[in-house]
Design a protein around this ligand. Structure first.
Ligand SMILES: *Cc1c(COP(=O)(O)O)cnc(C)c1O
Length: 356
C-alpha cells in the first residue's frame, strides 16, 4: 500500500533528492569514491558547498551583505549562539511555543530577557499581535513557524532592532524578505534536507563585538571568515540539502512551492472546517501551512484512537499530534505531494461518513 509521510521532522524529502543522494554515496559524479570518503577540502566538495550556498542565496533572494553558513549542532545550538554573540544587556523574545521557550531559556544565561508577547495563555494556539517592540534591546527573537502547535507568522515584520528568526520548519516554504532580518537559522531536517546540518543566514555587519569572549566554534565571526569550513562540516547532510535545493530550483523556485503549499493547506483546512467531527486547534489567522493541527470535537473525542487506527490502515504515517496538543498533526512540508493530502482528506471523509 502507498504510504503517506506526514512526519514532523525528520520528514519527507523529494524522492529525486533521496535517489541522487544515494547515488552520490555510492559514487560521487563518477569519480570512483563515495561522497563520504572525500576530503571536505577537496575540489569536489568545494563545488558541492559552493553550489549549495549559491542556490540557497538564489532561491531565497538573499541580498548582498549576507552570508549563508552550514553548521552542526541543530537549531538548538543557535538558541545559545545567538545570545552568546549578540546579547549584551537585554533581548526581546516572542513566546509562541516550546521551541521559543527553549530559545528563551538559553538567552537567560547571557543577560536580561524581555518576553514582549506570548500566546501561552491559550496553549500557543495563536500568533500574538499588536505588541510594541522596545528599542533598547540588542535584538528581537521570533519563531516564524511553531512546529508543535501549527501556528505560523507568514509575513516579514518591520522591526526597529535587529530581527532574529528561527525558521526551522518553514524555510523555503514561501518567499522571504531577508533584508528585514539580521539572522535567520534552522535545522535542515524539516523542510530542507537530512538531519545533521543547520543553516544560518547572517547579515555580516551584525557581528560586532559583544564584550564577552566567545569560544571559536560558537563565534559567528569564526564561521564568516571561512564559511562552513572552519572545521569539518556535515558533508552528507549538506549534499542532501543541495539535492533538495536543485529540486526546488527545477520546479521554478520558492514562489511555485508556496503556491503548492497553499493549495495543500487549503484542501486540508477546508475539510476540517466543513467537518462535523474534526476541528482545527489554531486561530484561523495564525494557521500554519506547514503543520496542520486538528482534534475531534467534544462530541466525538472518544473516537480519536479509532480514527488513528483507521488512518494507519490507509497508509497515513506520522499524523499523531504532539503530546502537548493531542489529536492529530499533518505536516505538509514542501516535498509532500498533494496526492497525500487528498488521501488524508478522503480518509477523514470516509471515517466521518461511517461514524457520525
Ligand atoms: C525542530 C525545531 C527545532 C529544533 O531543531 P534541532 O535541529 O533538533 O535542534 C527548533 N525550532 C523549531 C521551530 C523546530 O521546528
Amino acid at each position: 500500500m502507498k504510504k503517506h509521510n506526514f512526519n514532523a521532522g525528520p520528514s519527507i524529502l523529494p524522492r529525486i533528492a533521496i535517489e541522487n543522494t544515494a547515488k552520490a554515496v555510492l559514487d560521487l559524479n563518477g569519480i570512483g569514491l563515495s561522497l563520504l570518503e572525500i576530503s571536505h577540502r577537496s575540489k569536489e566538495f568545494q563545488a558541492i558547498l559552493d553550489e549549495t550556498m549559491e542556490l540557497f542565496k538564489k532561491l531565497l533572494n538573499i541580498p548582498a551583505g549576507y552570508q549563508v553558513i552550514f553548521l552542526g549542532g541543530g537549531a538548538s545550538m543557535q538558541f545559545c549562539m545567538v545570545p552568546y554573540n549578540f546579547l549584551n544587556n537585554k533581548a526581546a523574545y516572542v513566546e509562541t511555543g516550546v521551541w521559543a521557550e527553549k530559545a528563551i531559556k538559553e538567552a537567560k544565561y547571557f543577560g536580561e530577557v524581555n518576553i514582549i508577547a506570548s500566546s501561552k495563555d491559550k496553549n500557543f494556539t495563536y500568533i500574538p499581535k499588536g505588541y510594541t517592540i522596545p528599542t533598547d534591546v540588542d535584538y528581537l527573537h521570533i519563531t516564524t513557524n511553531n512546529t508543535i502547535y501549527g501556528s505560523e507568522l507568514r509575513f516579514d515584520m518591520n522591526c526597529p532592532v535587529p530581527l532574529v528568526a528561527d525558521m526551522s520548519s518553514d524555510i523555503l516554504s514561501r518567499p522571504v524578505d531577508v533584508s528585514k532580518y539580521s539572522l535567520i537559522y534552522g535545522g535542515a531536517q524539516k523542510n530542507l534536507g537530512p538531519a545533521g546540518v543547520t543553516f544560518v543566514i547572517i547579515k555580516e555587519d551584525i557581528v560586532k563585538n559583544v564584550t564577552r569572549k566567545i569560544p571559536s566554534m560558537l563565534n559567528y565571526a569564526t564561521h564568516l571568515k571561512d564559511p562552513s569550513l572552519y572545521n569539518t562540516p556535515p558533508v552528507f547532510a549538506i549534499y542532501g540539502c543541495l539535492e533538495t535545493l536543485r529540486w526546488i530550483n527545477g520546479l521554478g523556485g520558492v514562489k511555485t512551492v508556496e503556491a503548492m503549499n497553499i493549495k495543500k493547506a487549503n484542501l486540508l483546512y477546508d475539510t476540517i472546517d466543513t467537518s462535523k467531527m474534526f476541528v482545527g486547534t489554531v486561530e484561523k489567522d495564525s494557521r500554519s501551512i506547514m503543520n496542520i493541527c486538528f482534534v475531534m470535537n467534544e462530541k466525538y473525542k472518544t473516537k480519536e484512537d479509532a480514527f488513528m487506527e483507521f488512518a494507519k490502515s490507509k497508509g497515513m504515517l506520522g499524523i499523531k499530534g504532539h503530546r502537548s496538543v493531542g489529536g492529530f498533526r499533518a505536516s505538509t512540508y514542501n516535498a509532500l505531494p498533494i496526492e497525500s493530502v487528498q488521501a488524508l482528506v478522503d480518509t477523514m471523509n470516509e471515517f466521518e461518513k461511517n461514524n457520525l
